[in-house]
Design a binder for this molecule. Structure first.
Ligand code: PXP
Length: 252
């Protein structure tokens, strides 16, 4: 099984900064620390309402990641504004997500079937500019096929429903994990690179990381929260170790 990459999402460092309108804590400093601690890349979501990451953060993150030779995964909604920002900065990757202003976080995957005619030309322009494009989708084989049809090279499977079911000790957790497994298998079968993310913590990371087709996990909120107690570097290192353990058991 190939090594599973860890992308660290630093959005919520900016959430804390913005809560007081100060210049600290600095998400770019968090990105530097995350990379030093073993993160394979950095993920940042520039929301339309700029509630956490700002345009200036993205500018600096592009420079920081480029200097460190590590990928920046630019998460954004499918809008003309976000497309223009991606094309101006040319991050390594862009992850297309749905966005509703009233939501607390990205609550579900992008509906690629409904949005095909809007999404396909955006994917085409981003891919033509050399950006690796992923679609953030629910673990649904129909959405997997639709992602392939719009020309995305990558799918990121939304793990939020599974992670929440585990935290709430709900019996449907097993079925939700099975859906993630099936969607990952289908993605790989179609030649897509398969990632996963949202809501992952120390408990849920191992069953997710054991899905053999996955190439990358993107994890943020839990790590930033855990950093309050044990520091960002140790939190990332522990997550990394759990990912490696899950893969080692699977390979054994
Ligand atoms: N992947 C995507 C596409 C996301 O939208 C998010 C949340 O911004 C994450 C991963 C990380 O989720 P969390 O912060 O819950 O770990």
């Amino acid at each position: 099984m190939s090594r599973l990459r860890l992308g660290v999402n630093i959005d919520h460092v900016a959430t804390v900064r913005n809560a007081r309108g100060e210049g600290y804590p600095d998400p770019v400093r968090a990105a530097e620390m995350a990379l030093a601690a073993g993160a394979d890349g950095i993920t940042a979501h520039l929301r339309e309402d700029r509630r956490h990451i700002s345009d200036a953060d993205i500018e600096q993150l592009v420079v920081t990641c480029r200097r460190r030779g590590r990928p920046l995964n630019f998460e954004c909604a499918v809008t003309a504004e976000m497309e223009a920002i991606a094309l101006a900065h040319l991050p390594h990757a862009a992850c297309l997500v749905p966005e509703r202003r009233e939501e607390v976080t990205t609550e579900g995957g992008l509906d690629i079937i409904k949005g095909h005619n809007t999404i396909a030309p955006v994917v085409n322009r981003l891919v033509s500019a050399g950006i690796r494009v992923s679609c953030f989708i629910d673990a649904d084989p129909v959405q997997v096929a639709a992602s392939k049809a719009v020309g995305a090279q990558v799918i990121e499977l939304h793990t939020g429903a599974y992670c929440q079911a585990v935290r709430e000790r709900r019996p449907e957790a097993d079925a939700l994990l099975q859906r993630l497994r099936a969607a990952a298998t289908e993605g790989a079968r179609l030649g897509l690179e398969v990632h996963a993310g949202h809501g992952i913590d120390y408990e849920t990371v191992k069953p997710v990381a054991a899905i053999p087709e996955l190439m990358e996990l993107n994890i943020g909120h839990f790590l930033i929260g855990e950093a309050i107690f044990i520091g960002l570097g140790p939190a990332i290192q522990r997550m990394r170790a759990l990912m490696d353990e899950a893969r080692a058991v699977k390979a054994a």
